[in-house]
Structure formats: C-alpha cells, structure tokens
Design a binder for this molecule. Structure first.
Ligand code: NAD
Length: 348
C-alpha cells in the first residue's frame, strides 16, 4: 500500500528582487535585523529610516568570514528565543554575503523555518549571494559545508550602499558579474566591455543584468542538480588558490577571477574557446584591477587540492569550462595531463 503526498504545487518559492533606492517598508510582525558592527556603523540609521516593524530588534554578530560559524548562528537563535520570535516573525539580512548566508540559515532552522528578507550591502552579495536561496556556514571541515536551500521572501538591492565599499571588495564583486556574463550571456559580456561601472547608472544596469542572469539560472535549477553548478565557473581553480594562500591573500572574488582565467586556458586547450576570447576576458578582469595570474609553486599539489572541492568526488574533479563567451560546459572528464599542462603554462 502506498500513500502519495503530492507536493509539486504546494510550495511557491517565487519572490521579487528590487534594484533601486530602498523603498519604505513596514512589516506588521516582529523583525530582527541581522548585521555586523561595520555595516551597522555605516548604514543602520539609513536602513531604519526606511524599514519599520511592529517590533524591531537589531542583532549584531562579529564581522568576517571566520565568524560564519555555529557560534554566530547560536548568538542569533538565542536572541530570537529571548525575544520570543514566532513562526510569523521575520529576519532581515543586512550586510554582505557572510551576513546573508548566516541569516538565511538561521531563518531556515528557527522553529523549522521562518521568513527572511535580503538587503545586501556588498557588490558580491547584491549580484550573487543574496539571490537564489543558498544559505550556510563554515565548520572545521571547510567552507559552506553546512546549510540549506531557503529562499528569501524578497531582496532589496540598493546600490547606494556600495558608495562605502572598499575598492578591493568592489573588484571582487565585479569578478562575479563577469562570471555571470561569460557563462551565460554574450551580450552582457559585450555590454561590460564598453561599460564604466564607476558610473552609478551603468553600475545599477549591470547589477540588474547580473541578477537577471542568476535568477534565470536558479529558476531552472533551484537546488543545483545541473546547470546552476555552472555559476561555479572559476571556483574549482579559485578554491585551490584560496586554500594555498590560507584565505589571507585573496578575497574570494579575486581568487575566482584568476580561476576563470585558468578555466579559459583549459577551454583554449580543449578547443572550446578562441585565443581572442581568452584575452578579452582577461582584459575585462584587468580593467577592474583584478589579478589574472597566480604563481603555482607545485603543480602536482595544486592538482591534488582539487579533490577537496565540494563538486568533486574521490575519483573525479568537476570543472566548469566556458564554451566561447556566453556558453558553458560542466565536466568531470578532463584528462589530468591536460590540466597539468594548463597549470604548467599558466602565467607564462
Ligand atoms: N549564498 C550564495 O549563493 C553565495 C554566493 C556567493 C558568495 N557567498 C558567500 O558570501 C560571502 C562573501 O560575501 P562578501 O564578499 O559580501 O563578504 P562579506 O560579507 O565578508 O563582506 C565583505 C566586507 O565588507 C564589509 N561591508 C559590507 N557592506 C559594506 C558596505 N556597504 N560598505 C563597506 N563595507 C561593507 C563587511 O562588513 C565585510 O567586512 C562568503 O561567505 C561566500 O561563501 C554566498
């Protein structure tokens, strides 16, 4: 005997992403804004001039990737219990991707899941992390190994917040924008080649195009069973670079930028990308002062570190390789010798 629970149409995870000056919004429920001291110091008063609620609390956690952990999640959850948050209460993530991932994760587990809203304040979180419902935290085994898919109820992207962002953080976000264009949208790539992202209107348009690209991909493959993995372009190589440099030398987006160049060099050897396109991507990254080469000390150990990647198994390494500009191939069938030759020749 079997009983079937038909859930296909029960859950509607759709939501709107607003890219504009933060609107005035009132929430008729208990709300906690999760943020860190840096973002709060810079922008909390502005946020509070736009966002009101029946009851409003501010919860701050320490700033930095090293605090994207269970301890910070516990701090958030305890505060929610202390303030008697219930299943109708709401969290607001107010910060970069670290705050977004932790707020999303806390809201996915508090009383088995409550709503949350994303108000991202870094370029990387505006174009990438705030969209698509991946949430999580790190532990001693690695980055983002614990988490849940939990979509926000809404995302409010206000480019005004970026006016205080340090240049390197801005560049790291641009790398993710370029990633979106190379993998999925040739026209967007061409737009970026002639765009000046220091112009606020053009930046807003580029954010919109990147978010639209990501939203389209997530709508096709919410839980990353297929095409969404292509958004990890540059990451297989980038993670090794981050790992080798102990997460200290490069911001994530900066390591991804070099990783994209390595993936393109792989595509060139595989006959999937023209030399001219490899150079165009490199030039675009360099236009935003992103480093595009990385001196590899030991090619064999670099290769072995690929196996730590979440997308890889014990025996196969998954690579995201561009097909020209605007196309992409996900494969775990690239010959080791070919990758080694890319690593050997990289930066020469
Ligand atoms: N969930 C996803 O789909 C997804 C996608 C990509 C990245 N991520 C995650 O996002 C995180 C990286 O995000 P990030 O690059 O935003 O880093 P981050 O959140 O650490 O922010 C970078 C720094 O900028 C500061 N900051 C934030 N807003 C600012 C502003 N307006 N002005 C000045 N300083 C500001 C932060 O306090 C921090 O010191 C990683 O943990 C990564 O795993 C998640």
């Amino acid at each position: 005997m079997q009983v079937n629970i038909d859930l296909k149409k029960v859950i509607d995870n759709s939501y709107d992403i607003t890219i504009d000056t933060l609107p005035k919004v009132h929430f008729d429920t208990k709300v906690a804004i999760i943020t860190n001291p840096k973002v709060a110091g810079l922008h909390l008063s502005y946020l509070l001039s736009r966002i009101t609620a029946k009851e409003l609390y501010i919860i701050t956690v320490a700033d930095g990737e090293e605090y994207k952990n269970q301890e910070s999640i516990d701090t958030i959850l305890e505060s929610l219990f202390n303030h008697r948050f219930n299943r109708k209460s709401l969290l607001i993530a107010f910060g970069g991707g670290v705050i977004g991932d932790m707020t999303g994760y806390a809201s996915s587990i508090y009383q088995r899941g409550i709503d949350f809203v994303q108000i991202p304040t870094t370029l990387l979180s505006q174009v990438d992390a705030s969209v698509g419902g991946k949430t999580g935290m790190n532990n001693s085994y690695g980055k983002n190994l614990i988490g849940a898919f939990h979509q926000p109820k809404a995302v409010y992207i206000d480019p005004y917040f970026l006016t205080t962002l340090p240049a390197r953080e801005f560049g790291a976000g641009v790398a993710e924008i370029i990633k979106m264009a190379v993998t999925f949208n040739q026209e967007f790539f061409e737009y970026l080649e002639s765009a000046d992202l220091s112009n606020p209107e053009i930046l807003q348009e580029a954010i919109k195009k990147a978010v639209q690209t990501k939203a389209d991909v997530v709508a096709q493959d919410e839980k990353e069973h297929g095409i969404r993995a292509a958004l990890n372009y540059g990451h297989t190589f980038g993670h090794v670079i981050e790992n080798e440099t102990k997460y200290k030398k490069f911001l994530h987006g900066e390591a991804v930028a070099i990783g994209m160049v390595m993936a393109n060099e792989t595509a060139l050897k595989m006959g999937l990308m023209e030399k001219d396109d490899v150079l165009r991507v490199k030039a675009l990254l360099e236009k935003y002062s992103l480093q595009t080469t990385y001196p590899i000390d030991n090619v064999d150990s670099f290769y072995e570190t690929f196996y730590l990647d979440k997308k890889s198994s014990d025996t196969a390494i998954t690579f995201i390789i561009p097909v020209g500009i605007g196309g992409v191939k996900i494969t775990d069938k690239i010959d080791k010798d070919l990758i080694i030759s890319v690593l050997d020749e990289h930066g020469r």
